[in-house]
Design a protein around this ligand. Sequence first.
Ligand code: NIG
Ligand code: FE
Length: 413
Amino acid sequence: MTPTAVELLITGMDELHTMDPTRGEGPTGLLRGAAIGFTGGRVSYLGPAATAPEAQRRVDAPGTIGLPGLIDCHTHSLYAGDRAGEFRRRLNGEPYTAILESGGGILSTVRATREASDEALAETLHARLQGMLRRGVTTVEVKTGYALDEVHELRCLRLLKEGRWPQRVVPTYLGAHAVPAEFRQDREAYLRLMIDRVLPQAAELAEAVDVYCDRGAFTLDEARRVLEAGMSRGLVGRVHAEQVEFTGAASLAASLGCASADHLERIDEAGVTAMAMAGTIGGMLPTAMLYMRDVSPPARRMVDAGVRLAVGTDYNPGSSPCPDLWTAATLACLLMGLTVEEALLGVTRHAGLALGRPELGWLTPGGPGDLCLMTPPPGAPARAETLVQHMGGHRAAIVVREGRVVLEVVRGG
Ligand code: NIG
Ligand code: FE
């Protein structure tokens, strides 16, 4: 007897966006009347419901919108403490960098994170991730960078890699987030610590290395050294670039072959061209831009030049205390001028590219079995555009991770 090929089959969705324009309609590869099957953690059927094979479990999901599991490709979700006081100071006009340079901002979160127990860190991270899963997010990139010393950075990376999380967690080493207080007088010693001691160990635990290249953080030369050291050990390169001040970090990211450069409010024309030529993904972080009350990066100019854009939350306690990727998608349209389809690609397929994980964020037979079935806002039609039009608060009816249902909201419940 041959076992049933398909373990789980989902039918009845009003829309299924594959994010593969060769498979369906428009830039999001939209299918209607489709079914999707999973076997062994991967997509095993994708096509008309009418010709779908038998399955061990069949779920009919009318009134829902199917998308690949969303990817939040830029977060700082692992932290302790709270920065409500800094929010007030910034509302009163104190600049973000002045607060950082006086030992607050990122450095105040560093103090709180070092002091927190493993259990407390894991518990709050789990709660944050669970909230993201309820919104349909099946992959979350989480950066370190609120520990900074050897012991605590590695502790955070181990926690990220070894913890049992609701969804796939992609750990990024961001030791170059700020110069820790104890190294203020000797930044070279901190660079040596990162490059010679922490990175060789971090390379075994993280998937990527990121650098905050900006005023009050790291210079272009320092960023280059850290990125080269990490990338030569096999880590994917990522950069926080051109946010507060123009530094040339976007061009650097392109020249080193980084997967993404994020923020980009102050990118120049040379940086745009370099990113387009290198295929570096532009990470749009509209909630950070809003909290910083900043100007928009030249998103349309970047798209026209051939740069693909991802959209992330940048979830962190200072510049972006917003964990809702759907809100980020809406704000990417309103504040940065993305189209609805660009925003949807930004939280799926392009976000996978920003992580250096091109297999994630789209649906194809043989590809990863990550799917979310979203519920539209009450009274709105079950179309993906309504999820982008209405700002935030959207919930998934069903989330499938690696072919298994990991969240199922009982109707009427
Ligand atoms: O991506 N810009 C630098 N890093 C974070 C902010 C982190 C913080 O303020 O705690 C960002 O915006
Ligand atoms: Fe960030």
